[in-house]
Every structure is written in structure tokens, then in C-alpha cells.
Design a protein around this ligand. Structure first.
Ligand code: NDP
Length: 506
């Protein structure tokens, strides 16, 4: 693909639409700091326009009233269209987010297609109507429950997995017949815009899927408080999630929040060192640690600590860190200067607290590293669970080792966190591993693996990691309302027992 700067417009009402202000925001490649795209800096007027389109489409029933089979067909076509465009989508996702092309070309694109396809499959399999099997109560009654769309949804997404986290919102929202306005993160808006056009071309009616771009602090706030928004799906920091929950409370809007984490990985004393070291790298270095459910608190039996830390460092040294567009690269750059600063700040906080760096701790420099935001994988030892860098989300390639003496202590440390998103257990004993998994207060637990998020299993957090679940039928439930319809079947309904009994038909 060419090196020209790509100019985008917003996607509103099925059309590329310039921003009201005419101002644009730069999108850069974090490995080189080169500007690769420009998108409109949206305003409240743009949000109004997108919501107006979403609302009128919804009220007209253009998508909401289509039959389940019709919606399933469009979602299926959309999934195929995503796969047909996989090279372009993967290229743009990697270029702007710093994710390795090896991952985006396979995992990310397939995950988006999977979310669409799985939403279609579940929609098709879900009972569209549930008849109550109650005996005649008060009078012969026919009661049934149906699922209906909520209305207009707002999807707000972060920069770490722009496409996947957008699909976690729009796929179930669309399946259930809603209209949606997406607001991607300002540093990675491009693939969400591309997806809007791909889905439109695959048969989604105009106005059903809109994308606005612009600063979350002004436009995002306005979007979530807007009276035309019925449901908000948000992934991002706990701090902004909390603000959104407050704003949504006034309008009693439905909200799904997927927020931060500081996930514990408990290595059991029967674990294999090679397995545990690979699992540790998978848990904390995938996407250079910029994953909400990264495993960044490593609980190791004290007697295994030295051996395991050595094995981890040995494996880190073999990683290729560099240009994310190269298939041989294992770790790409950090997504932004701001995030790099956050990571460097936390590493200093850790050092000041007395934790010791066993490996890394520095920004990478020299050669291609000088142009972008590269940071060494970093392993802290001598940590305790009260230290700030151990408790707070760093969102970078930083591991904190916490030695433990007995399993109850390990589980207590693992659960001693305001977060509850992910967790993991490394063990050669399935029964023990599952017993530990049961005691972890987190929305996901991985045994001998990590990061496995599938469109057919629920994802979300306990505690301050959010509420609601994305993916699978839980998500379809979260993007729909349930309505009970009840009919009195007494042949002459005005003489039904309920009127006679309560005296309303005298
Ligand atoms: P934010 O939570 O600030 O941003 C996430 C999304 O929300 C972006 O689209 C952002 O827009 C938007 N947004 C920001 N402020 C508001 C608001 N007041 N109302 C509505 N929308 C808003 O995350 P950051 O990108 O700033 O990252 C900060 C930290 O959050 C990271 O260091 C990490 O710890 C955590 N994080 C967690 C993620 C997760 O998956 N749980 C993902 C990303 C970050 P804009 O981009 O324009 O600011």
C-alpha cells in the first residue's frame, strides 16, 4: 500500500461525511511517528447528525423490523466481507496501533468476522419467543416473552484492539436490530471507519452503523449523555468508565463497561518451569502488555522464584522487538508517546518503592528504536502487593513478581485487587488448577494459557473491571430488552375472573 497520508471522513447515514468544523486530527504510525492518516475532529454537531440518522433509521424499523433470517443473512455477508478485506484491515490496524501484523492478519480480523458470524448463529438459535407454561392463573392467560432491540447504542472503544473491541459492541447490537454510533479512540480510528463502509456494502441499511471521530473528553462525553442514546457499550480506563456510569445514570441508560485490570497469574508448585515461563510471556507481553486482561502480577512459590525468573528472562532475550509490519516481529511499539510516558513513570514508581529490576526497565534506543515508542520487556522482583506499580494498571510490558509461601496466601494476594478482569493458573494438575480457578474473583480464568477470548464465551469483569458481559448470548441479551405480552383468553374477556374478583365489571 502507498505511503500517502490517507484522508478520512466520518461515516454517517451510509455516506462519508466531512466533519462540521473542517478540522482534522493526525493518526501516526507509533513505530516511526510518521503521519499516516487524518480524520475529522468531530464536534457535538457531528454527534447530533449521527444520532439523528441512527434514531430515524431505528424508528422507521428499517433494520429493527427485518426478520431474523434477513438480519442473519446480512451479518453473515458482513463476516465474509471482513475476511475478504483482511489484508487491508490488518495492515491499517497494525500501522496505526502498533500491533504486530502476524497477529492482526490472523487473530484480529478473524475475531471481527467471528463476532459477526457468532452473533448471527446465536440469533438464529435463540428462541425468538418464550411461551410461559403456566397453568391457568386467575383466568386462562397466554403469556409470552420476546426480545426487542433497545434502540440507539453508542459504542466507545480504546486504542489497544480497535477492531476487535468495536466488533464486541456492534455485532450483538446489530444482531438484535439496534442502530449504533461508534466513537473509536482518537489515535486509532481508521479501521472502525473502514469497517463501517465494509458492513454498509455488505447490506446494512444506511444509518444503522455510523462512526464519528473526535476527542472523547468533549465529543464522547456529549455522546453518552445524549438523550437519543439508549445503550452505551464502553471499553477503556476505569476512570472514564466511572464517569460514563455517572452520566448514564441520569438517563437510566443501559451500560456495559469493560474496564481496567491487574490480572494475577498463580504458578502452582507442581508447574513445569518451561510451561510457566512461556505462559508468563504470553500473559504480560502480548501486544507489549497493552491488554486490559494482561497477566501482570506473577505469583510464584518462593522456592521456584529464581529458576522461573531466569527462564522468563531467557525467553525475553530471544524476542524480536521492532517494526510491527514485519512478520518476524514478536513485539511492536507502544501505541503512543503518552502511553510510553505512563509506563516509564510506573517503572520509576516501582524503583522508588524498592522493587528491583531483574530485566529491562528502559526505553529502547538506537537504530529504528529512536523513531518510535519502544520499551523493553521489564521484570520486577522484590515486589509486594501494596506497591503502587503492583496495584495499578500500567498497560505496558511490565511484570511484577510476588513470591508466596502457601496457596491460600497466593489466592488472597491474587484477589486483593480493586480489579477482577482476568486471572490464570499454571499447573500440571487439572483438579488443583480448577479448584484455584474457582476461588479467583475474576471474569475470566485461563489454565495454562492466556488471552483466549472467543465470540462464543462471555468476557467481562468483576469489581472495578466493569459490569455486563461481551460476546456470545450474554452480549445479545445486553443489547436487547425483554417484553412480556399477556392476553386474557376468557371467551368473554369482560367477564373474566380478574374483573369479577376485583369488582371492576359490575
Ligand atoms: P480512555 O478510557 O481515556 O479512552 C477510551 C475511549 O474513551 C477513547 O475512545 C476515548 O476517546 C474515550 N473517552 C475518553 N474520555 C471520555 C469521556 N469523558 N467520555 C466518553 N468517552 C471518553 O483510555 P486511554 O486511551 O486514555 O488510556 C488510558 C488508560 O486506560 C491506559 O493507560 C490503560 O490503563 C487504560 N485502558 C484500558 C483499556 C481496556 O481495554 N480496559 C483500553 C485502553 C486503555 P479519545 O481517544 O478521543 O480520548
Amino acid at each position: 500500500m502507498s505511503n500517502e497520508i490517507m484522508e478520512y471522513q466520518m461515516f454517517i447515514d451510509g455516506q462519508w461525511t466531512p466533519g462540521e468544523s473542517g478540522e482534522m486530527m493526525d493518526v501516526i504510525n507509533p513505530a516511526t511517528r510518521e503521519i499516516v492518516a487524518r480524520v475529522p475532529r468531530g464536534t457535538k454537531g457531528d454527534v447530533d447528525k449521527a444520532l439523528h440518522s441512527a434514531r430515524s433509521t431505528f424508528e422507521a424499523g428499517i433494520w429493527a423490523n427485518q426478520s431474523i433470517d434477513e438480519r442473519v443473512e446480512v451479518l453473515g455477508n458482513a463476516a465474509m466481507a471482513v475476511i475478504a478485506n483482511k489484508d487491508r484491515l490488518a495492515y491499517l490496524e497494525s500501522l496505526t496501533s502498533g500491533a504486530t501484523i502476524r497477529r492482526t492478519g490472523f487473530v484480529d480480523v478473524m475475531s471481527v468476522a467471528g463476532s459477526l458470524a457468532m452473533s448471527a448463529v446465536i440469533l438464529k438459535q435463540m428462541p425468538s419467543i418464550e411461551h410461559a407454561i403456566c397453568p391457568p392463573w386467575v383466568a386462562p392467560m397466554h403469556s409470552y416473552a420476546v426480545r426487542e432491540p433497545i434502540g440507539v447504542c453508542a459504542g466507545i472503544t480504546p486504542w489497544n484492539f480497535p477492531m476487535i473491541l468495536a466488533a464486541y459492541k456492534f455485532a450483538p447490537a446489530l444482531a438484535m436490530g439496534n442502530s449504533i454510533v461508534m466513537k473509536p479512540a482518537s489515535i486509532t480510528p481508521v479501521t472502525t471507519l473502514e469497517l463501517a463502509k465494509i458492513l454498509f456494502d455488505a447490506g446494512l441499511p444506511p444509518g444503522v452503523f455510523n462512526v464519528v471521530t473526535g476527542p472523547g473528553s468533549s465529543m464522547g462525553n456529549y455522546l453518552v449523555s445524549h438523550p437519543e442514546v439508549d445503550k452505551i457499550g464502553f471499553t477503556g480506563s476505569t476512570e472514564v468508565g466511572r464517569q460514563i456510569a455517572h452520566l448514564a445514570a441520569d438517563g437510566i441508560k443501559r451500560v456495559t463497561l469493560e474496564l481496567g485490570g491487574k490480572s494475577p497469574l498463580i504458578v502452582l508448585d507442581d508447574a513445569d518451569i518451561e510451561m510457566a515461563s512461556s505462559m508468563t510471556l504470553l500473559a504480560f507481553l502480548t501486544h507489549s502488555g497493552q491488554v486490559c486482561e494482561s497477566g501482570t502480577r506473577l505469583l510464584i512459590p518462593r522456592k521456584m522464584q529464581d529458576q522461573l525468573v531466569d527462564a522468563i528472562i531467557d525467553k525475553i532475550k530471544k524476542l524480536n522487538i521492532g517494526n510491527q509490519m514485519d512478520l518476524a516481529t514478536d513485539l511492536g511499539p507502544i501505541a503512543s508517546q503518552e502511553q510510553l510516558n505512563t509506563i516509564m513513570n510506573y517503572v520509576q514508581i516501582g524503583k522508588d518503592a524498592g522493587a528491583q529490576i531483574a530485566y529491562g526497565g528502559n526505553r529502547l534506543s538506537g537504530g529504528i528504536y529512536d523513531n518510535g515508542f519502544f520499551f523493553e520487556p521489564t521484570v520486577f522482583i522484590n515486589c509486594n502487593n501494596k506497591m503502587q506499580h503492583v496495584r495499578e494498571e500500567i498497560f505496558g510490558p511490565v511484570q511484577c513478581v510476588l513470591p508466596y509461601d502457601d496457596l491460600d496466601e497466593a489466592i488472597a494476594i491474587a484477589n486483593d485487587s480493586p480489579y477482577g478482569l482476568g486471572g490464570g493458573v499454571c499447573s500440571t494438575n487439572t483438579t488443583r488448577a480448577q479448584q484455584v480457578a474457582k476461588r479467583m474473583r475474576t471474569g475470566s480464568v485461563w489454565i495454562n494459557t492466556w488471552h483466549i477470548l472467543r465470540p462464543d464465551v462471555p468476557f467481562g469483569g468483576y469489581k472495578e473491571s466493569g459490569y455486563g458481559r461481551e460476546n456470545c448470548y450474554h452480549a445479545l441479551m445486553a443489547y436487547s430488552e425483554v417484553k412480556h405480552v399477556c392476553q386474557d383468553l376468557t371467551p368473554d374477556a369482560k367477564n373474566s375472573f380478574i374483573y369479577t374478583f376485583l369488582g371492576f365489571n359490575r
